[in-house]
Design a protein around this ligand. Sequence first.
Ligand code: NAP
Length: 230
Amino acid sequence: MKRPFVFINMAMTLDGKTSTVERRPTDWTSPADKRHLIELRATADAVMVGARTAETDRTSLSIPDERLQRPRIRRGQPPHPLRVIVSGNGSFRENIRAFERQVSPILIFTSRRAPRAKLDRLARLPDVHVYVIGKRDVDVPLMLDILARDWKVKRLLCEGGASLNWSLFAARAVDEAFVTLCPRVFGGATAPTLVDGAGFARGRIVNAKLMRCERKGQELFLRYRILSQD
Ligand SMILES: NC(=O)c1ccc[n+]([C@@H]2O[C@H](COP(=O)([O-])OP(=O)(O)OC[C@H]3O[C@@H](n4cnc5c(N)ncnc54)[C@H](OP(=O)(O)O)[C@@H]3O)[C@@H](O)[C@H]2O)c1
């Protein structure tokens, strides 16, 4: 199977959390971090989020800054990346912000758990493409293969959350991780981290190499290469 180069970007508190226990979006990172996210988006052919992030973070997954769109157009890319939402049961709300801005196709990858009526409704939305791949969970290698082959995605940015990140790491399908370390403590045993899910047993843990560490104000911008395993 083919797959794109996959990189994730997340902001994390110094106690390793990526949201509070309430899992509601709060504005807790700097303008530099927000700019960094958009700049990374501008390098991607597709941007992907899990269903909970699509709902809670009110993200349009687009590139609001025309100056970042221009180099894409010069490279022969569309101004905005493809937008990808992953949902096992298709339960996410339909008033998410990504649907409000029709700037690029939206691909929804879901499983056979999703109710038919919901899939039909989603497929009727303009430029929304629904793939049902997997019995309970989305088959991640197949999803990446479809993105690479059918949509010519070479660079895929995953913007979280922790559950989707787990699916990618568990499939050994992450190449790089960008992490903004923020000087805050959220606490909470159930607050999301960078990667949740079932967790790896000791023999399966993922190793990474620090490629960059840049301080901007009170935040550290870290870039890791994920080392190949298996
Ligand atoms: N700090 C940051 O940079 C950052 C970034 C992103 C998000 N967040 C925060 O993280 C929280 C959301 O994270 P989260 O871990 O709860 O949710 P998430 O990863 O955004 O979404 C989880 C959902 O994605 C779907 N999913 C993921 N992998 C799947 C697979 N292999 N097959 C089928 N479905 C799959 C499932 O949807 P269904 O339930 O529909 O089946 C699952 O419940 C929010 O509070 C958000 O604000 C923080």
